[in-house]
Each structure stands twice: as C-alpha cells, then as structure tokens.
Design a protein around this ligand. Structure first.
Ligand SMILES: Cc1cc2nc3c(=O)[nH]c(=O)nc-3n(C[C@H](O)[C@H](O)[C@H](O)COP(=O)(O)OP(=O)(O)OC[C@H]3O[C@@H](n4cnc5c(N)ncnc54)[C@H](O)[C@@H]3O)c2cc1C
Length: 447
C-alpha cells in the first residue's frame, strides 16, 4: 500500500485552535509547506476568551468557565498539560490556563511562524473542478482584517479546522418573535451580572445550561431551568434542592407578548430573560465543494472516518469534527493521518470502500436509534484507538480512560463540587508518575 514518499505539498490550514495547531505541526513534520490562516489575533480558538460580544465572535467561552475534564487527560501525546508556577494549578483549571497551554505548545514547537493572524477565509473552492480525482488544487480567498486586503492563493491541499461551537442553534418555539423581552444564546453569555434581580428561563439542561444556571442563582431573582426531560441526574437534583430560587421546568410550549412563558405541563410564569443553552450547528460558509460535501441536520458528509470526503481526499480534510471524545489526542491522530497521506507515506482505501464504510456507519447509527444530528458524537474510547491504528498512533493510556470515566461519574453525582473534590487520587498519581508526564519533567512545577 505504500506509495511515493516525500512529495512536499503546499497546504492551507484554516484555523489556529487546538485542531489547526496540531494539524500545522504534523504537516510540517511530514515536510509540507504550511500556511495557517486565522481570523483572530491570536491562537487558541475557543480558548481565546473574548469579552466583546458585539458583531461576530468566535469564542463561546464565558468568564467563569472551568474545564469539564481534568487537565491530565487533555494534553497532546508528547506535550502534557502540566501544572506551572504562578499559573492556575487546579486540576480543572479555568479557561485561561488551557489557552496558556496552547500558547506554550505553539512556542515549544515553533508553530507561530506558520500562522497569518487577522486573516479570515472567505472562500475555498476547487481550481478546476473538472480535475476531481486527479491532481486537485484549491483556491483560497482570504481577507486581511486590518488592511482590508483580499488575497487569493492556490494550494495543493486544505485542512479545515474551524471548530463547531460558534454558530448558535436555536429551538423554534411558538411566539418566539412576539416575545419582546431579552432572548439570547449562551454563545454570547459572558457573566451573570446583566441578569441581576431578573426572572430568567434557561433553556437546555446540558453542560452549559447547568453551569450557567448555577452561577445565575447568586444574582438573579429566580432561575427556571427548562429541560426536555425531567429525569435529571443526582448531581443536578442536589443543586436544585440546595437553591430556593432554582427550579426545574418542562419544555416551553409557547411565548407570549406580555412576557408569559408557558410550559408543556401547563405551568407558566412571567420572565425577564430567556437564555438558550441549546448547542451549536456545524457550518462551513466559506467552502464550495460543488455539493460534494454538505451539512444536513448537523451531519457533515459524506466523510470517511469523520475526516475525509472520499471524492476529494486527501486533498480536502477536516480536523475536529467529532464530539464527545478526549479531543486533543484525537485531533492529533487525525492530523498525523492527513499529513502522512499527503506525503504519500500512506494511502486511503478505494473510493468504493470509503463510501461503503460511510454507508455502513450511517446504517449502524440508524439501527441504534441515534438521531442524524448526533452523527459525530462518538462517546467510545475504542473508536479513538481504532482510528489511531490507521496511522500507528498509540492507544489512549489506560489511566487516561479511567480518569475520564471517573470525572464523568463524579460530575453526574456531584455537579457542584466535582471540579474541586474527587476520589481518584490513586489514578492521578499513576498518571503523574507515568512516562507521559515525566517526559517534560523539568518543565513541571512540583508542588
Ligand atoms: C462553552 C464550551 C466549553 C468547552 N469545554 C471544553 C472542555 O472542558 N474540554 C474540552 O476538551 N473541550 C471543551 N470545549 C470544546 C472546544 O471547542 C474544544 O476544546 C476545542 O477548542 C476545539 O478545537 P478546534 O480547533 O477544533 O476549534 P476552535 O477551538 O473553535 O478553533 C477554530 C479556529 O478557527 C478559526 N476560524 C473559524 N473560521 C475561520 C475562517 N473563516 N477563517 C479563518 N479562521 C477561522 C477560529 O477563529 C478559531 O481560532 C468547549 C467548548 C465550548 C463552546
């Protein structure tokens, strides 16, 4: 299967979040000439906190946000997320610490020189769409924000690493347009102060909905958490019984001009604000593949292994599409596979085989009753290990898997405290003494 090696390609990576950074690194390692185009002024993607929410904003991170997984499971395979002197040393640090980790990653491996900041990609299309299946080339048009300069360049390959937590997904509720009070999506929520003394309805009982409700209770008059299902976790019910002004509500039935919010169980209230914590949609507004790759109800496809559109791969690829897995090491394995395909070290299966695999995957999800909009929710370590096998990427360490599970279990039972108290100390010590953590020992701050 090994074909011609060391063909250096001119590759455009779009985005310098965790996915784009690791893609740039792996591509360069494989001898490609790499240009990263980043619309923002710095690296970090979601982790580049932005307090200004007027106009278009990429990051959905709010001021108080702390990681949902402990730091030791998060790092790339040869760059552990170490505790450092004078920094946020907590196991579940605040968002800035992860931003600093990504900056460190960038400095350590000298990635910054590949990145053109303040450069927004507006169009990506095939140079000659008649050439599909042969030597594809891509036209990339970008706008340099400050000089308002538009640049058009041609690349051999494009890696899309633009993330998928920036395009708010809103429910459609009867009366939404007539309801004249404050309605906003969590994408632009930053802190609870604007909700002081208000009656707030938080829609959506997922991670952000729960987290944000927990900080609103200290400021708002009442917080009503509206959830599709009233069957809630032990952790959430403990929180609700602790706070007198936090109430669980059923789904919203309709909204009314006088400020009334009517729920499906017939109860109602007058609210000041509605905060939608209802998730995000996938979108690639700049990408023109002549209909070959599309987004249908949050299924990006067809994509072989969530990464390669069979008709355009490996010339076009995507990093960071899957959700519900340990992100950074997975993105790294995607990046390695793309880089080694582009250098000719490896080859993809035939078009027929890739399409067949996609068909079988969709079919298996249908059989399991998984809705289309959850196509990219993985939720199993085995998939990540199998994926890594395509490129010789090491399986996730046993301690990493176990710590991940133990944090999830703890969060379900102790929603309010899981980031500060845990009972997997033994696993933690095992991780910290493993070669993974000792590889950069001198960098660590020993407590
Ligand atoms: C509220 C919230 C909490 C989260 N908490 C966690 C957590 O605790 N742990 C965890 O692992 N993950 C968490 N995540 C997921 C997080 O998105 C990933 O950790 C990670 O940031 C994904 O990396 P990415 O590079 O794929 O995308 P992003 O981080 O979104 O980066 C994409 C980059 O592409 C750039 N870009 C986009 N469009 C263009 C364009 N047209 N031209 C040029 N540049 C462009 C953006 O500016 C950005 O820099 C959270 C996400 C949110 C929203």
């Amino acid at each position: 299967m090994v074909t011609v090696r060391n063909q250096s390609k001119h590759v455009c990576v779009i985005g310098s979040g965790p996915s784009g950074l690791v893609a740039a690194r792996e591509l360069r390692k494989e001898g490609q000439s790499v240009v990263v185009l980043e619309q923002n002024h710095d690296v970090g993607g979601q982790w580049l906190y932005d307090p200004h929410v007027e106009g278009e904003v990429h990051s959905s991170i709010y001021a108080s946000l702390r990681l949902i997984s402990p730091r030791e499971i998060m790092g790339f395979s040869d760059f552990p997320f170490l505790v450092k002197k004078d920094r946020d040393i907590r196991r579940f640090p605040g968002h800035r610490e992860l931003f600093l980790y990504l900056k460190d990653f960038c400095e350590w491996f000298g990635l910054r020189e590949m990145i053109r900041f303040n450069t927004r990609v507006e169009y990506v299309g095939m140079l000659d769409s008649g050439a599909i299946g042969r030597d594809l080339k891509w036209v990339v048009r970008s706008r340099e924000k400050k000089a308002e300069k538009v640049v058009e360049e041609v690349f051999d390959a494009v890696v899309v690493a633009t993330g998928h937590y920036s395009q708010p997904k809103l429910p459609s509720i009867k009366g939404m347009d007539e309801w004249k009070r404050k309605q906003m999506h969590s994408h632009i929520y930053r802190d609870p102060l604007p909700f002081r003394n208000e009656v707030v309805v938080v829609v959506g009982n997922s991670l952000s909905g729960q987290d944000i409700s927990m900080e609103l209770v200290d400021v708002a008059k009442e917080v009503h958490l509206s959830s599709k299902s009233l069957d809630i976790t032990e952790g959430l019910s403990k929180v609700i019984s602790k706070h007198e002004n936090l109430h669980l509500r059923s789904q919203i039935e309709s909204l009314h001009e006088d400020g009334r919010v009517l729920f499906v169980d017939g109860s109602w209230l007058i609210a000041d604000s509605i905060l939608y914590c209802t998730g995000y949609s996938y979108g690639f507004p700049f990408l023109d593949t002549k209909g070959i790759v599309g987004v249908d109800d949050d299924r990006v496809g067809p994509l072989y292994e969530h990464t390669f559109p069979p008709s355009l791969a490996p010339s076009l690829s995507f990093v960071g599409i899957p959700r519900k897995l340990i992100g950074f090491p997975f993105f790294e394995s995607q990046a390695k596979w793309i880089a080694q395909l582009l250098s000719g070290k490896r080859a993809l299966p035939s078009w027929d085989d890739m399409m067949q695999s996609i068909k079988e995957f969709y079919h298996s999800r249908d059989l399991a009753g998984i809705p289309k909009h959850n196509t990219h929710d993985i939720g199993e370590f085995e998939y990540c290990d199998r994926y890594g096998d395509n490129v010789g990427f090491p399986h996730l360490e046993e301690w990493r898997k176990q710590i991940c599970v133990s944090a999830l279990v703890n969060a379900v039972a102790n929603l309010e405290t899981y980031r500060d108290s845990w009972d997997d100390e033994e696993l933690l010590q095992e991780a910290l003494q493993s070669p993974y953590f000792t590889q950069l020992q001198n960098e660590a701050f020993t407590q």
